[in-house]
Ligand binder design. Structure first.
Ligand SMILES: Cc1cc2nc3c(=O)[nH]c(=O)nc-3n(C[C@H](O)[C@H](O)[C@H](O)COP(=O)(O)OP(=O)(O)OC[C@H]3O[C@@H](n4cnc5c(N)ncnc54)[C@H](O)[C@@H]3O)c2cc1C
Length: 505
């Protein structure tokens, strides 16, 4: 059994804490905010309840596995509802397209819009299925930093491995794969948005990330009653039952390293000794601000860029919009223009895609009767020099309002608003100590290396482990949760391997 200090109580930190405690380690979790759950926070005002960060939950099997570590059944902690349609899509030309939960229905719906693409979508989903399977076998549930950690090409170079390598389509981007399979620009735009789950451009991200489409289409989109906030609440309860010591309001300012090993942390000027440390803080900032020295130089030699950021408007409405589904996308007029602005030029898109969550469809109690707790997210570039979001927000808000009026039938939105709050890239940066205000950790650009993130077992500092959206396997709720499980599993294996042998009696 080791004593473990965890820095940060986001989803990755909470999953690591519960998994480690379930395996018998003594865990102390230190979180700078007064709440646990990190970006999965909540806002309540005027009878409305909003999830502030993530709203779309996929791959609940990852959560199930964390609960199963302690022999618990997730359904005793969370009431999850599967949503259909998964998304409702609104286009500038007035088209409305539902992405249905059942893949055959989804294909038929697409076929009604563009007959040739019914088969094209099915072809794309077959590719996505294969890529998701390769990810599951080589990429998930273990600490991976680069291709050497996935497949041992020298030892395993047989036909099966070769076929898996070919399946990765390393010469192709996400957009390239989609354009190969489907023709209609509206269907292409919808499929390209799966990659927005990792805050990256489909024009620059590796085709292997098309596997995300299968993780959603094959396993569903889920809503936890109580909002996505119910997920950290459930994990915290699990950790409490297992003896995790949670301490909120504690900002960690350093990791103590002696002889190349992490031996504790510094928090509020006080030194705390631990056998091992897990950081759920952004991985780049962990090395840059908490570790420093040679380890930071070694880690930092490879330039790592933040994924996109975003603005969220939380709008309490006195009258609901019945034509909205639970999850909606109101697409930009031109995806290439949009992605070039956000990812290449580093400026807000002239005509952005707006994602809208209307959770009252599934849980009416999020708003006073007949009302709507509307959540509107627009992706923006990560913070650059000169971005002053206090000054920029009013202009971007006006852009979003006119987009929703024009393309999503919400002409009288302003008149329905009774509560309004906003989250900007700067507030995301300050609240969660992320890299340059990133929502989704590190960007996934690069046909070969784009999918690789810093591994969960530090290569620079022994007894240091990384969990969270900027570590392997990446951002988003399921991946951040999985990263916590992997960090815990790696730590636990290392502790077992180094434990002194018990003397035979
Ligand atoms: C607006 C928005 C919308 C999103 N939508 C979705 C979605 O629909 N679906 C989806 O799957 N994902 C979505 N995401 C992404 C998802 O929320 C994240 O990938 C995930 O929650 C990140 O978890 P994490 O473990 O990296 O921790 P984080 O949430 O980043 O939390 C890290 C925690 O560590 C704490 N911390 C950092 N440094 C220190 C320190 N030095 N000392 C003490 N504490 C520290 C922070 O305060 C924070 O609480 C969204 C995110 C945002 C912001």
């Amino acid at each position: 059994m080791s004593t473990v200090g965890i820095i940060g109580g986001g989803l990755g930190g909470l999953a690591a804490a519960a998994t480690l405690a379930a395996r018998g380690h003594k865990v102390t979790l230190l979180e700078k905010n007064e709440w646990l759950g990190g970006k999965a926070a909540e806002l309540e005002e005027g009878g409305f309840r909003f999830d502030m960060g993530p709203t779309i939950l996929t791959m609940p099997r990852v959560l199930e596995r964390v609960f199963a570590e302690a022999g618990r059944d997730m359904t005793d902690y969370l009431d999850l509802r599967r949503l259909d349609p998964q998304w409702r899509c609104f286009y500038d030309d007035g088209t409305v397209l539902d992405l249905r939960d059942d893949p055959a229905e989804a294909a038929r719906e697409i076929g009604r819009l563009s007959p040739a693409d019914e088969a094209g979508f099915q072809r794309f989903m077959e590719v996505a299925d294969r890529l998701s399977d390769v990810s599951d076998r080589f990429f998930f549930w273990r600490s991976v930093e680069d291709i050497r950690d996935t497949m041992n090409l020298k030892q395993n170079m047989n036909l099966a491995t070769l076929s898996d390598v070919m399946a990765l389509r390393m010469h192709r981007t996400v957009a390239g794969q989609i354009k190969k399979d489907v023709r209609d620009p509206r269907v292409q735009q919808m499929l390209e948005h799966f990659i927005q789950y990792v805050g990256s451009s489909p024009l620059a991200s590796p085709a292997v990330l098309c596997g995300i489409a299968q993780m959603q289409q094959g396993e569903g989109v889920w809503y936890p009653i109580g909002g996505t906030r119910a997920v950290p609440t459930a994990l915290t309860r699990l950790g409490e039952e297992l003896g995790v010591d949670y301490r909120t309001g504690v900002d960690v300012t350093g990791i103590d390293v002696e002889d190349g090993r992490a031996v504790g942390v510094v928090a509020d000027g006080e030194r705390m000794r631990f056998d091992k440390v897990v950081s759920n803080m952004d991985s780049v900032r962990t090395y840059r601000e908490l570790v420093g020295g040679d380890a930071w130089r070694d880690f930092g030699y490879r330039k790592r860029e933040a994924a996109c950021s975003g603005i969220v408007l939380y709008l309490g409405l006195d009258r609901a919009y019945d034509h909205l589904a639970h999850h909606n996308f109101v697409f930009s007029r031109d995806p290439e223009e949009e992605f070039a602005a956000i990812y290449d030029q580093g400026v807000p898109a002239p005509d952005p895609t707006a994602y809208i969550a209307a959770p009252a469809r599934t849980e009416p109690g999020v708003a006073p009767e007949g009302g709507e707790a509307l959540y509107v997210l627009v992706h923006t570039p990560h913070l650059r020099d000169g971005h002053d979001w206090e000054a920029m927000l009013p202009g971007e808000r006006a852009k979003i309002m006119s987009k929703l009026a024009r393309a999503a039938g919400m002409e009288d939105l302003e008149e329905r608003i009774v509560v309004e709050r906003a989250l900007t890239p700067q507030s995301i940066h300050d609240r969660y100590k992320v890299l340059d205000g990133a929502i989704y950790g590190l960007v996934s650009h690069g046909k070969v290396n784009g999918a690789f993130k810093p591994g969960n077992r530090s290569r620079q500092v022994r007894d240091l482990y990384l969990a969270g959206g900027s570590a392997h396997p990446g951002p988003g709720m399921p991946m951040a949760l999985m990263s916590g499980w992997i960090a815990a599993d790696s730590l636990d294996r290392d502790a077992a391997a180094n434990a002194p042998a018990v003397a035979a009696e």
